[in-house]
Design a protein around this ligand. Structure first.
Ligand SMILES: Nc1nc2c(ncn2[C@@H]2O[C@H](COP(=O)(O)OP(=O)(O)O)[C@@H](O)[C@H]2O)c(=O)[nH]1
Ligand SMILES: [Mg+2]
Length: 364
């Protein structure tokens, strides 16, 4: 990468704008951009400088660049992220999951408000590949996060509205880095308790928080063992009013369940806490646990090691995605892929033979 590539303007980019809902629109050059404006708008150096200065609209526009499918936008986004890399990594990254209705948005809104009140800058990102199908649940979430939505020290960004989980996750990671460069020191990544997305989010954060509903017995049966394995803390939400007793019972069942599992780290036993996102009860104590976790794992070196491991696995998953894309578009094999897949589906070609032919055509 040369330094000149940072300032090379791409005319195309100057005309991309983002509306309030985060949608991208492209307008003809004659309407929006003078050549001067174009140069100003597209220079990676300029974007980087404005992001570092905490300019929110530039941050929003840069995230749109990251989310764009156009190869030239992606290339620009990569340069931008690379340029900002030295200014990233200072935030505490927390993933939050739980079934729909458990109170993620309510809790994030209250927790976020507590944190900005204490002087933090909070970015809320979402990884929700299902939002493609449901038409963007986060728009509803934004109204649920009424306080943060109007808080100058908070920034809410919905999940990218299309793509595979891998694609959405890659964009969320880069968005996280941009937010860090813009001065956000707490990143909350919300995800739904569906399929692989929890593991994916756990793989990009320092701390993974699982929200549970009050109620024991039956509900405990429904817990996926996998989510307990990746949880750094369980918070039983809605522990208010009539729920208080049931919440305590649930908490002891979760504690028992966690007790029989090998902890991820010798320095940290995942606690089970009782909270109410609605009434703000227990949220300070919950956040204190997040901070204690960081202090303890920094002392053992695990905190930094976890990030290093995450970065390397990020590299490999991006590489895999890129290689698969190249494979699908490779003229030597593209036409055969479909036929071979059909053969494997019908049972006329063995999977191993199909792989042999494809790999052979690629010379690997
Ligand atoms: N009683 C009570 N209700 C809550 C609490 N947190 C959320 N809720 C309610 O539960 C419903 C779902 O909350 P929401 O934050 O949208 O859940 P999400 O789908 O996990 O984001 C809403 O009606 C909230 O008002 C809580 O701590 N106590
Ligand atoms: Mg929600």
């Amino acid at each position: 990468m040369t330094s000149s590539s940072f300032s090379a303007p791409t005319a195309d980019l100057a005309h991309v704008s983002v509306d309030a809902a985060g949608d991208v629109s492209t307008t003809p050059p004659s309407v929006t951009a003078t050549p001067v404006a174009a140069a100003r708008d597209v220079s990676v150096e300029d974007l980087a400088a404005k992001i570092l200065a905490g300019d929110r609209s530039t941050l929003a526009r840069a995230i749109t660049l990251v989310e764009s499918k156009k190869p030239e936008h992606q290339a620009k986004a990569r340069l931008l992220v690379q340029a900002l890399l030295p200014h990233t990594g200072r935030a505490l990254r927390v993933g939050i999951t739980g079934v729909p209705g458990v109170g993620k948005s309510t809790t994030i809104d209250q927790l976020g408000a507590n944190l900005t009140e204490a002087g933090h800058k909070v970015a809320v990102l979402a990884v929700d590949p299902s939002s493609t199908r449901t038409g963007g649940s986060i728009l509803g979430d934004k109204t649920r996060m009424a306080r943060l939505a109007v808080d100058r020290n908070a920034f809410i960004r919905p999940s990218p509205s299309s793509g595979t989980l891998g694609g959405v996750a890659a964009k969320t990671r880069e968005t996280m880095l941009l937010c860090e460069a813009a001065g956000f020191d707490v990143i909350l990544v919300e995800t739904v308790g569906v399929g692989q997305s929890e593991t994916t989010v756990a793989g990009m954060v320092d701390f993974f928080l699982v929200l549970m509903l009050p109620g024991a017995g039956d509900e405990l049966q429904g817990i996926k063992k996998g989510v307990l394995e990746i949880a750094d803390m369980i918070a039983v939400n809605k522990s208010d009013g009539d729920n208080a007793t049931r919440a305590r019972a649930a908490a002891s069942e979760y504690r028992a369940a966690l007790n029989i599992m090998a902890p991820k780290s010798a320095a940290w036993t995942p606690p089970v806490v009782l909270i109410s996102g609605l009434t703000n009860q227990g949220l300070d104590a919950m956040w204190e646990q997040v901070r204690t976790h960081r202090t303890r794992l920094e002392a053992t070196g695990e905190f930094a090691e976890r990030r290093r491991v995450q970065q390397v696995s990020w590299m490999w998953s991006m590489l895999e995605e890129r290689l698969m894309q190249a494979l699908r578009h490779n003229p030597k094999v593209a036409h055969r892929l479909h036929e071979l897949e059909g053969g494997v589906r019908e049972g006329t070609v063995s999977a191993a033979l199909a792989v042999d032919e494809i790999a052979g055509a690629l010379g690997v």
